[in-house]
Ligand binder design. Structure first.
Ligand SMILES: NC(=O)c1ccc[n+]([C@@H]2O[C@H](COP(=O)([O-])OP(=O)(O)OC[C@H]3O[C@@H](n4cnc5c(N)ncnc54)[C@H](O)[C@@H]3O)[C@@H](O)[C@H]2O)c1
Length: 718
């Protein structure tokens, strides 16, 4: 044994090949944390001067190769002063370069996931052999970063600049065959032959039958592009990548710029541009938000795992009541993840529509190569449309998604409870009706909770699991586990009007309608809130998508629940739109008008009639600054979100932020409301709220906020 560490073990084989095996003794996966880097450094110094070593092979003792750098170390590392961060980058990179410059051939035997730092380890080797189970790639831009262990500089030298742009800017992992095609790996073999195949290659290299020195010289030299090619390639790629990523996500363009700056230079000099660019993005607010989001997602995953242990009902088959927009979507989602669903409605026509929608979605899966035709057939066959209750007792969960009418829901829930086995769970997908109110109609309220999906179900990752006062923890755990099995990200919230997501969305709409009242132009507001703040769409467009009838109804429920902050004395824009039958997308007219162009593509245009109608409740149009538009719409949402945390509606800022991102599309680069408040500082938010408090209670900061500002506290640990 040459080296025996916690993360790396190194032994010399009789062939003269030193096997550098990553096999983390403390965890189930290999990753690059500070300790692992230190161990790798030690291994390199032991190998360098060992004359018995003729070659080195990097292997893994785990099912994965190396999953990447340890993201839990990032935030504290990136918070260091820039010089200290730069020093760490330079030192860490010296280790990868040290491995690259070993005086003998090196190879990676990639048996599984090799992403980020894992792939960068492979790129430091002369040769790369992947098993058919491998997955390789550089996903750093998804975290607002660029590959910083040499990947930005080495990858274009291995697979060419254009391919590298695609890999780095796209951040998607590649399958071994695709990696082989571009030359990111040199061979693909089955898992069992991986060691031997890599060993054979190294033996050839030791005998100089493989020109490893030539390959190394090419990788460590300047990028192989002539000046004209380079100018064209960089110019077009930068424009394209900037367009794809959008202005709020600068990392992909930063990566291309770093590659461009270093293109004409040998790797040792070119990599310095990578270091600088890495430090820039690592200390950007976007990276901080995206990394926090990744960590928050881990919190959700951990909770889902715990729920899976604590559940008392393992959902094997589900009943969905209602085959409408939501019921159809829920049945499809369940079936597509292997849980068969009975879809019950009172109208044959609705069942047919629900099935057609499901068939369309399965068809798309086949078209885009996500599922096989067999899986599609299985999936479709596992949704059973029916007008009768006959077979529902053979399922162990009911998800009710009938019309949003408390009387209808109460009657339906009561009826199905009688038919279901005693241990079955019943959920409602209501968007506004109190879970406690619905539970009061039931004999087993402990077996009842809310399961609030978002539209469209197959696309929106969030499911709010709503705990009523009598819901048992086992029921919550079982529903969380079912939602996870459906491929969703469940967040548990306590019952209150609007639950969490709608409770914080409606104050935002309230802020929007007050802005219109005071003379703002809805198109201008939409533009600022989408382009500048980063929402997928502005509030006027969102109201058109939600539907003015639904919006008006939900606003009334919210006003009843929280009259001090959400009720209004006068009519607002939503009311007049509703009164003029402008329901939004569902009937083709709302704030905007909707149609199709000559090619059948959907269109959305501003409509002078909408402005006419709005005159009834809006002042003459006047200019508002971008900051004012953002403050007046966002403050009520921010304050209500914080109230939800103070009242225990959500359990943690992490879960609140994920619910906002997964349920509403809150801009990921801002990390959610809690992250946004932390980044701006609570004092600044409180000051801003005080500036607008004449607009009503929705703008008044809570006592908790004022105290946090005074004590300079944050929601997340800095
Ligand atoms: N549409 C959304 O964006 C959205 C989002 C989240 C939650 N929700 C909630 O989901 C529920 C359903 O909404 P939707 O948009 O799918 O409505 P929808 O009108 O499209 O569908 C409701 C379906 O329920 C059926 N139905 C009525 N009474 C029934 C009964 N007794 N048994 C079985 N089926 C019955 C109707 O025939 C209809 O097909 C509502 O509670 C709504 O608030 C809707």
């Amino acid at each position: 044994m040459i080296f025996e560490g916690q993360s790396i073990q190194c032994r010399l084989h009789p062939t003269g090949i030193a096997e550098v095996c990553f096999d983390n003794q403390k965890e189930s996966v290999n990753k690059f944390d500070r300790d692992t880097l230190e161990e790798l450094n030690k291994v390199i110094s032991l190998l360098k001067d060992n004359s018995d070593v003729k070659a080195a092979m990097v292997t893994s003792g785990k099912p994965v190769f190396i999953v990447g750098a340890d993201i839990t170390e990032f935030l504290s590392l990136f918070a260091l002063p820039r010089e200290e961060l730069m020093q760490w980058i330079v030192e860490a990179n010296a280790i990868f370069s040290g491995f690259e410059n070993l005086p003998f051939p090196t190879a990676a035997a990639i048996n599984g996931v090799a992403l980020g730092g894992g792939m960068e380890m492979c790129l430091s080797c002369d040769l790369r052999v992947a098993s058919t189970n491998a997955q390789v790639g550089l996903p750093e831009t998804k975290l607002g970063l660029i590959p910083g262990f040499g990947g930005t500089t080495r990858l274009p030298r291995v697979i060419g600049a254009d391919n590298a742009f695609e890999w780095i800017a796209g951040g998607k992992p590649s399958k071994p065959e695709a990696a082989l095609k571009v030359g990111a790996v040199d061979a693909v073999v089955d898992g069992e032959s991986l060691f031997e195949a890599t060993e054979r290659m190294l033996i050839e290299a030791i005998k100089d039958k493989i020109d490893w020195k030539g390959r190394r010289a090419e990788k460590t030299g300047p990028l192989q592009l002539n000046k004209i090619e380079a100018t064209m390639s960089f110019m077009t790629s930068k424009a394209y990548i900037a367009g794809q990523a959008g202005p709020h996500y600068p990392a992909p363009v930063k990566a291309v710029e770093a590659i461009e700056k270093g293109a004409g230079q040998p790797l040792a000099d070119a990599i310095k541009f990578e270091h600088e660019a890495f430090a820039d993005v690592a200390q950007s607010p976007q990276a901080s938000s995206l990394i926090q989001l990744f960590l928050n997602d881990q919190v959700l995953k951990k909770k889902a795992k715990q729920a899976s242990m604590a559940k008392n009902v393992d959902v094997k088959a589900a009943t969905v009541l209602g085959a409408g927009i939501m019921g159809g979507g829920i049945a499809y989602q369940s079936a597509s993840r292997g849980v068969p669903a009975i879809m019950k409605d009172i109208r044959q026509e609705a069942l047919e529509q629900g099935m057609n929608e499901a068939i369309k979605l399965f068809g798309k899966g086949v078209k885009y190569g996500k599922i096989s035709t067999e899986k599609m057939a299985q999936g479709i066959a596992s949704i059973k449309p029916t007008l009768s209750y006959d077979e529902i007792k053979h399922t162990n969960i009911v998800v009710e998604a009938v019309v949003e009418n408390p009387k209808v829901k109460e009657a339906v829930l009561k009826e199905v409870e009688e038919m279901m086995p005693e241990d079955a769970i019943i959920c409602s997908n209501t968007s506004t009706i109190s879970i406690d109110r619905l539970a009061s109609a039931l004999k087993r309220p402990e077996k009842f909770c809310g399961m609030h999906f978002f539209n469209p179900v197959h696309k929106m990752p969030l499911v709010e699991v709503i705990r009523g006062k009598d819901t048992s923890e086992e029921t919550i755990a079982s529903v969380v586990a079912y939602a996870s099995a459906m491929g969703k990200s469940p967040v548990v919230v306590n019952d209150c009007p609007g639950f969490f997501v709608n409770r914080v969305l409606f104050p935002y709409f309230g802020g929007f309608t007050k802005l219109l009242r005071d003379g703002a132009d809805f198109q201008q507001v939409d533009k600022i809130m989408s382009k500048k703040f980063g929402w997928p769409m502005g509030p006027a467009y969102l109201l058109d998508v939600v539907g003015m009838d639904t919006g008006k109804h939900a606003a009334e429920v919210m006003a009843e629940g929280f009259p001090d902050r959400m009720s209004k004395e006068e009519k607002d824009a939503i009311d007049v739109m509703f009164e003029h039958d402008r329901y939004g997308q569902k009937n083709g007219k709302g704030f905007y008008v909707y149609g199709t162009d000559k090619k059948g593509k959907p269109t959305k245009e501003a409509d002078p009639k909408a402005y006419e109608i709005l005159k009834e409740v809006c002042a003459e149009t006047k200019d508002f600054s971008d900051d004012e538009i953002i403050a007046r719409t966002m403050l009520p949402m921010i304050i209500e979100t914080i109230r939800c945390f103070e009242e225990g509606i959500i359990a943690s800022p992490a879960e609140g932020d994920m619910a906002l991102i997964y349920g509403l599309g809150f801009p990921p680069f801002r990390g959610g409301v809690f992250k946004y408040v932390d980044d701006n500082g609570m004092q600044a938010i409180v000051d801003l709220a005080n500036k607008y408090k004449h607009l009503g209670k929705a703008y008044e900061p809570t006592e908790g906020m004022v105290a946090m500002a005074k004590e300079n506290k944050t929601f997340y640990n800095a």
